[in-house]
Design a binder for this molecule. Structure first.
Ligand code: PRP
Ligand code: URA
Length: 213
């Protein structure tokens, strides 16, 4: 895949270890859900390294008063793409318990692979926030591109996108359609199959998270 300035692919042994278990078809729904959360927390740590708004406060230590920077409680809004993105929300709430959550509902048409939008509810004032869009799977990139476009039309300016597994086709598409959005992907897989599934991938993330198959 071409290199993009706005794409970060993680190459971390701890994340690789967890993804290996996540892929395994024998991994239970409970363990799958826990791993998605843990990987998301690790990714969030890196994703918020720069760009997240902070404010200065004064702290009195036992010895003196000093100025410190903290992330404001309501600086970050999490936007999961339903359904599978829901599995990543708790992984961010562990770090930002008060982050508000907007929901964008999309499913892929099985024939055309085009995303179909069915729901959207976003917190008031989201346009001024640091928006973290999450979905474990970035396949053709259609769902991510449409969700990001929708947020831009709502006035959001600071948007990041986080996926656990990406296909080169999807990562390139989002990187090119939205060069101003930084994209974080835990691991880059080989390709898509004829049904639009990522190979080797992990199957259908929504089904594995929620036990629907
Ligand atoms: C999956 C996944 C993404 C989308 C990725 O959702 O969670 O939203 O497919 O594919 P794309 O990059 O080709 O758009 P799905 O449509 O299976 O819906 P679900 O989460 O409700 O199962
Ligand atoms: N959505 C999934 O859940 N898995 C894939 O491999 C592709 C899209």
């Amino acid at each position: 895949m071409k290199q993009y300035d706005n794409v970060v692919i993680f190459d971390h042994p701890l994340i690789r270890h967890k993804i290996a278990i996540l892929r395994d078809e024998r991994t239970s729904m409970k363990e799958f859900r826990e791993l998605v959360e843990e990987i998301t927390t690790l990714m969030t740590y890196e994703c918020l390294k720069d760009g997240v708004p902070t404010t200065e406060i004064e702290v009195k230590t036992p010895l003196e008063v000093c100025k410190q920077r903290i992330v404001a409680d309501n600086a970050v809004v999490i936007v999961p793409i339903l359904r599978a993105g829901l599995g990543m929300v708790n992984g961010i709430h562990v770090l930002f318990p008060l982050a508000r959550v907007g929901h964008i509902g999309m499913y892929r048409d099985e024939e055309t692979l085009e995303p179909q939008s069915y729901y959207c509810k976003l917190p008031e004032g989201i346009e001024e926030k640091f928006v973290l869009v999450v979905d474990p799977m970035l396949a053709t990139g259609g769902s991510a591109c449409d969700a990001i476009q929708l947020l831009k039309e709502r006035g959001c300016k600071e948007i990041r996108f986080m996926a656990i597994i990406g296909a080169p086709e999807g990562v390139s598409r989002v990187a090119e359609e939205h060069p101003d959005v930084k994209i974080y992907v835990s691991t880059l897989d080989r390709c898509l199959n004829e049904n639009g599934y990522i190979l080797p991938g992990l199957g259908d993330a929504g089904d594995r998270l929620f036990g629907t198959k």
